[in-house]
Unconditional design. Sequence first.
Length: 182
Amino acid sequence: MSHEDVELQRDCEAIRIPQGIAVLLPKGTHARIAQALGGTYTLQLTSSGGLVRLADKDADAIGKTPSSPAPVPSTAGGPVTEELVWDQLRQVFDPEIPINVVDLGLIYDLQLEPLPQGQTSVLVQMTLTAQGCGMGPTIARDAQRRIQSLTGVTRAEVRVVWDPPWHPEMMSAEGKKRLGVD
C-alpha cells in the first residue's frame, strides 16, 4: 500500500509499538499510514517517528471508515470447522510485519471442543516473534475477537506460549516469500 499522510481529526487512543502501552493521540497529530491490514492501522508519527496501532473503531479519526465486520456464519448453519478458524486467524496481523500470524508461523495449536446445542469452544496457542514484544496481548486479543466473530463460537481462548521459541523457519512458504526469506 502507498504510505498516506493523515492528520487526526479527533483525540483517540492508540497502542505504542512495540511496547504495547496505550497512549492518547491528540487531535491534529500528523502521521503516515505504514500498514492497514486486518482492520487495524499502523501509524508512523511524524513528530517522533514512533509507531502506534490504531484500532478499526477509531478509523474515522484518520478519515477512514470503520469496517466493523459482521459475525461470520459457520458453513450453512453447520458446525464451526478448523478451516473457518484458520481463515479468521489469517486476518490477524503483526503491526510491524505485513504478514498474518498464520503465515508468520505464530500459531502452534488450534483445538475445537463441541459444546451442547451445537456451540463450540476454541483454544489457540500462539507465540510471538520476540519474547519482549509488548504487543503480545493486543495480537492475542485480535485473534480472540476474530474467532469469537464466528457464529457458533461461544468461547475463544488464545494463549501466548514460548515453547518452542519462534524462528523464521516456522513461516509458511507464502510468509517467507513476502519477506524475501529463503
